[in-house]
Design a protein around this ligand. Structure first.
Ligand SMILES: [Zn+2]
Length: 126
């Protein structure tokens, strides 16, 4: 569905695009170009647009095809280009973290001496 809607049935040369989008709480809302931001990831070319709902103030994000992103940018929506964090490209070895590991780590951080703990220092310097 094309989210762009012009003024219906009017011959108005001062066309101002309004964009119809969906808020998960309020349903369909109409937005100005300046209310939206298009986000495109340079690494995998995924696109999305985001806005703050004018009724409930919720932050809303929707995935969008490259065509929709290009259309939104063509009418003046600000484009934000971002990259995946470098950690995303790291190769990880070893077993996956389990809920027990996370609980152990939480308990470890409750200790007063966790900063100077030999095991932590040894792992962080290896
Ligand atoms: Zn809303």
């Amino acid at each position: 569905m094309n989210p762009l809607k012009g003024p219906s049935g009017r011959d108005d040369t001062r066309f101002v695009a309004t964009i119809k989008a969906e808020c998960q709480s309020c349903g369909a809302v109409r937005l100005r170009v300046s209310d939206l931001t298009v986000r495109v990831c340079v690494d995998d070319e995924r696109g999305a647009y985001r806005f703050r709902c004018p009724h409930c103030a919720s932050a809303v994000v929707h995935d969008a095809t490259a065509a929709i992103c290009a259309l939104l940018v063509s009418v003046g929506v600000e484009e934000e280009v971002w990259s995946l964090p470098a950690e995303f490209h790291e190769e990880h070895t070893g077993p996956a973290l389990t809920p027990d590991d996370l609980l152990d780590f939480h308990l470890f951080l409750e200790r007063d001496d966790w900063v100077s703990h030999p095991a932590l220092v040894a792992e962080s310097t290896s």
